[in-house]
Design a protein around this ligand. Structure first.
Ligand SMILES: [Zn+2]
Length: 222
């Protein structure tokens, strides 16, 4: 019994994510990084560095639009054509194939899943703030058919307390469950929806101490 912890990060913090690579390495941890916005050369460079360090890559759409509302307004295929394909095409041209998709604002529905399932093996959604059962998954349920991982948000905006994060890691370790977290930029003194380095370090240290595997979504059963 030791559990799994999936740390996931969204949006596009090229500087903070690149700078955090040695920290993850120190704790033998891999994570999922999902990029929103136009995929520039700088982003490709960051993706390659993360990938070389064993991390998993995801996309997070061009304009961070809520998938259900966008599809309602513009049509289902338009979400793929306008929000996903422009990112994916640039990645593929650079020899990168992001395997996961983080739903903007954690909003999704069956139509969005059906649309994107042929392209991505896993999806990151959320379960609001910390706590609750939705961010834990029993190992027996962690099968290739399990495509959506719901994360608990980490950061000031989510009213995260370090002791709650450590307690969640303890539960994953004790009950051999897979725990998913999400946050965004990584920096010292990060505010809002972003991940303070001290909190990330405490979580990584605790998960390592408890013997949890820390993996990106590419390492989930598929
Ligand atoms: Zn986002």
């Amino acid at each position: 019994m030791s559990g799994i912890v999936c740390f996931t990060f969204d949006d596009c913090d090229v500087k903070g994510w690149t700078a955090a690579i040695p920290l993850f390495e120190k704790y033998r941890a891999h994570a999922l990084f999902s990029f929103s916005g136009v995929i520039t050369e700088e982003v490709i460079g960051c993706m390659k560095a993360l990938s070389a360090a064993g991390h998993s890559l995801g996309l997070h759409s061009i304009h961070h639009a809520n998938a259900p509302e966008y599809m309602e307004e513009h049509g289902v295929q338009a979400y793929y054509d306008q929000e996903v394909a422009p990112q994916l095409d640039v990645c593929l041209a650079a020899g990168i194939k992001p395997g996961s998709f983080a739903f903007p604002n954690n909003r999704f529905n069956d139509a969005a899943l059906e649309l994107l399932s042929p392209t991505f093996h896993h999806f990151r959604a959320g379960c609001g703030t910390m706590g609750g059962d939705a961010m834990f998954m029993k190992m027996k349920d962690l099968t290739p058919q399990c495509r959506v991982m719901r994360g608990g948000g980490l950061g000031e905006y989510y009213h995260t307390k370090t002791e709650d994060v450590l307690a969640a890691i303890d539960r994953a370790a004790d009950q051999d469950e897979c725990l998913t977290f999400f946050s965004h930029g990584i920096s010292e003194g990060a505010k809002g929806v972003n991940m303070p380095l001290a909190l990330l370090t405490a979580a990584l240290e605790h998960a390592k101490k408890r013997g949890c595997r820390m993996i990106g979504f590419d390492e989930l059963p598929k």
